[in-house]
Design a protein. Sequence first.
Length: 620
Amino acid sequence: MLRAVKGPRERRSRGGQFFGLFAAGLAAMLAVASPKAFAQPPTAKIAVALSLTGPNASIGRPDLEGVRLAVEEANAAGGAPTIELSVYDDASNAAEGARLAHEIGAGDALLVLGPGTTAMALNEGPIYSDAGMVAIGPSTTGDRVTDPENVFRAIFSTSDAGEILAAYIRYNLGGRRAIVLMKDDSYGHAVSDGFKRAADWLGVAAEFRPYKTVEEAEAAAGLAAADPTNPAIVLAAYDLDTVPVLKALKRNGARGPILGSISIAGDSYNSLFANEPEERQTPGFFTEGVYAESPVVFDSSNAETLAFADRFRDRFGRAPTLWAAQGYEAARLAVAAIRATADAPGVDDVAVRRVAIRTYLVSLDSPTNSVPGLNGPLWFTPERGRQQAIRMGRFQGGQFVSAPGQLVPVRTADASQIKSGAVVEIAPNRFVRRQQVVYTGIFLNEISRVDVAQSTFSADFYLWMRFVRGPDGLGVNPTDIKFPTQVRGSFDPGKPAAQGDLDDGTTYRLWQVTGDFKNDFDLRHYPADRQRLAAGFFNARAASDSIVYVQDEKSSVTSDWSAPASGAYSVMGAALAASGPSVPQAQPVQPFGDAVAPAAFHNLTQWEPLRTSQGRATIL
């Protein structure tokens, strides 16, 4: 949203105005599992055993924050029993993790959330299981972690990740050949096994090249980069083990698409290259254009996940990571299990209650028998794993954002959509829809008039989009948009002011939009009122599972503008020029925001601008 907040000047408190960019979508309330109202103990204890210090803390700490938020919300919503957390730190140490597992298993906690990594889960899972205690791993992707009968996995498996990488190469990148550079360990083999299963079925020819040492990794990468057919290159390894591979690929000029697993998903991956000369000269040099999969990429998330991100920021003062989302969902499963079994026979016996909790979780065996989650229903496969929607991200300028194409799971496949190619089969009887991601931005030229009596305001701004053209037959046109609140003015989606193709494979369109926009004004606090002006567009011909508009981080240095403390100005357009779509006759702007012209509010009287922002919403 692009917000311009204003208020009357003369002896009045500052007021407001709101100007915004919205994307079409379907909003849904975030449901919290409802407890049954039976007599039960006043509190119930959940143990949380994660790596809060040591090498795995980057996963364990956000896992814990997500758990805390889910439990706080569940307790605040009412119902019984009240949930109490007992938090333990395994310090990323196997011996300490095993000691804690014995202690927790012998205690009074009804279940445990953790461990947070596959290695720790393989170490501790059997201990919890032998104690008759359910362990839900929020972020343990290993296929074998659920071998003990009481261990559940709240995230997709490592081999699932390999399957999706193959499907993405086939249907989003149009590839028919891939080279898999795999670390010769359990993780590399699991990714490769999943990739091979899917690649064989999809008709993607794959070569698997294992490595153990840095020297072997560099040699394998050099050969892959020199392949004249420019195949897709898959990094089947943990993040640290991909570093020598990716450095060699980039330094040798690899031209095919490079894809990695969840281990490299996130902005922090760039820090592993911080000391390299190329990275110091050009931040993001090694990761630029690299794809990685994740349970969530927040810029293109659905309504439930966007709402979670807002609540997380309010609670912790920063944006959530994908691990925080995983901790949140695992905790929702735990809360649902505890409250659903609160009236079970023998409720006061910890051992009996633990059995009932496991029985309940096993009963969550399909989307119809599930707990509401952020990016889909929470349920378990017969192996107590999770079949989860997977998003694909791509690094742009050092930032990890949604890739321009996605594969969205489809429960029921329509024959006509399969024929058109909009829906494709990635495994026997497993269908996905191709979703297009459109990077979008606004530059505000002017708000020239606010007419409270007519409930309108006049605006002049540039709107641009970057996107990858989808395959023919999908029936989705990203530029087929409307401004539903525009009552007068000019906007023709078929007549952009500028258009072209960029080096990153995207095409862009830029329009100048002018006119009057309808707006709801709140006059209850007049004359010391604050008003919000909003202008948004939507695509009426495409559902949100077919197309999603996201804020263009690559072309926007910043998304916010606030009233300046001084009159300093800078030159607008550095990021825009770098990405291609440049605003005609660009004007200097405030250094605290390159999305607003300095004269944007000069013709207004009686109003003082306070704030602007632009972003994505899921409902107009």
